[in-house]
Ligand binder design. Structure first.
Ligand code: PLP
Length: 410
């Protein structure tokens, strides 16, 4: 894989100060980037520099500092637009995270355009962030949730999907990549099938944006949600992409400053997108940090990152398959660098705690995908997820620690 040559992992690791840390006297092996990614120095410095040299509130200031801060914030919007291939900068709305982005759509588009009996189609792979907002909408509006199942590999069937798209389907909401088992959905085909029937599509891209090239125009979706913190940016900043005509037809989400045109006690008129959806003082430093994070990813190269992570996934899958009693959950042919597994007879939490003793940070539990755990008949899994800063040597540490755990509980 040519990405192996293109990505100089030793140099990359030097960009991430936290990777110098020791945990319990051992070098940190951070295998939890699907939960949140670590931050490169470029991001830390951009935030520090912003607060030290250019900080002020944005948009309404007449003085230079406010103009500078506004320019930085709006330049972050341009950067996101370019990064995900949106046609118009007004299509980029800053929110707190992917969760808020999806809730925004449920509260605005959902509240005004969906009616009792309308169906929202999701998959069995979804994170709770792309399940619960639709159920809450259902409680308020009487909409129904339809769920596309997955097979034993964790893949969907396109014919079954097409069969579920019906007269009553008024929204399709799909994860791009499963956080719990790594399945990459055949998104372009799924979106095309929905759009052929005029059904809007929302994509939860929280697990896709840090690992693969995303182009919303090419995908053809109407909404795309992601979080900055999984993309090496700060926590507290996220993005909702929305196709402009959709956004223009949507009412505001939160009310307050910055989202209005005029206010009187009798009547308030609302600003155009994106401001309509950005009430109050936003996370200005978060946007500055996110822009730096995107700059970092673009410098390394998203294709090189993807190739590197795939090589780690291949190695880890082969090595873990050799461990007695280890069952990998999710074997989709198109898969991101997420390895979910159970060790027979040992609770996932015990495995996670034992790995922590070896300095290995993995996530254990239901990964905010409880229905998917039920589908695979497990209460929880251990999840190792890989990023651009992980190395083959770290996989060896994981495997050795798992073997030790096996013996300890054996
Ligand atoms: N969707 C997916 C697929 C995720 O993996 C996550 C986080 O793990 C989310 C949504 C929610 O992200 P956040 O907690 O940043 O809102």
């Amino acid at each position: 894989m040519n990405g192996r040559a293109e990505l100089d992992v030793a140099t990359i690791r030097k960009d991430f100060p936290i990777l110098e840390r020791e945990i319990r006297g051992k070098p940190l092996v951070y295998l939890d980037s699907a939960a949140s990614a670590q931050k490169p120095r470029a991001v830390l410095e951009a935030i520090q520099n912003f607060y030290a040299n250019a900080y002020a509130n944005i948009h309404r200031g007449v003085y230079q500092l406010s103009a500078e801060a506004t320019a930085l914030y709006e330049s972050g919007r341009d950067r996101v637009q370019g990064f995900i291939g949106a046609a118009d900068r007004r299509e980029i709305i800053f929110v707190r995270n992917a969760t808020e982005a999806i809730n925004l759509v449920a509260r605005t588009f959902g509240e005004t355009q969906l009616e009792a009996g309308d169906e929202i189609l999701i998959t069995a792979l979804e994170h709770h962030a792309n399940i619960v907002p639709w159920q809450m909408l259902g409680e308020r509006r009487g909409t129904k949730l339809k769920v596309l199942p997955v097979d034993d590999r964790g893949e969907i069937n396109l014919d079954a999907y097409a069969a579920l798209l019906g007269q009553r389907t008024k929204l399709v909401a799909l994860t791009h990549v499963s956080n719990a088992i790594g399945t990459i959905l055949p998104l372009k085909k799924m979106i095309a099938l929905a759009k052929a029937q005029g059904i809007p599509v929302l994509v939860d891209g929280a697990q896709a944006v840090p690992h693969t090239r995303v182009n919303v125009e090419d995908l053809g979706c109407d909404f795309y949600a992601f979080s900055g913190h999984k993309l090496f940016g700060p926590s507290g900043i996220g993005v909702l992409y929305g196709r402009l005509p959709m956004l223009q037809a949507m009412p505001p989400f939160l009310g307050g400053g910055d989202m209005i045109e005029t206010v009187s006690f009798e009547k308030t008129t609302y600003a155009e997108p994106p401001n309509r959806f950005e009430a109050g003082t936003p996370d200005i430093a978060g946007v500055v940090g996110l822009e730096a994070a995107i700059g970092y990813v673009e410098k390394v190269g998203i294709d090189a990152i993807e190739a590197w992570e795939q090589s780690l996934l291949e190695k880890a899958t082969a090595a873990l398959a050799k461990i007695d009693g280890l069952r990998i959950i999710g074997q989709a042919r198109e898969k991101a660098a997420v390895l979910s597994f159970v060790l027979e007879g040992i609770h996932a939490h015990d495995v996670g705690t034992a790995l922590d003793q070896a300095g290995v940070a993995v996530r254990v539990g239901h990964h905010c995908a409880q229905p998917l755990m039920v589908r695979f008949g497990v209460p929880a899994t251990v999840r190792a997820s890989f990023s651009l800063y992980n190395t083959p040597a770290e996989i060896d540490v994981l495997v050795a620690a798992l073997r030790e755990t096996r013996e300890l509980f054996g």
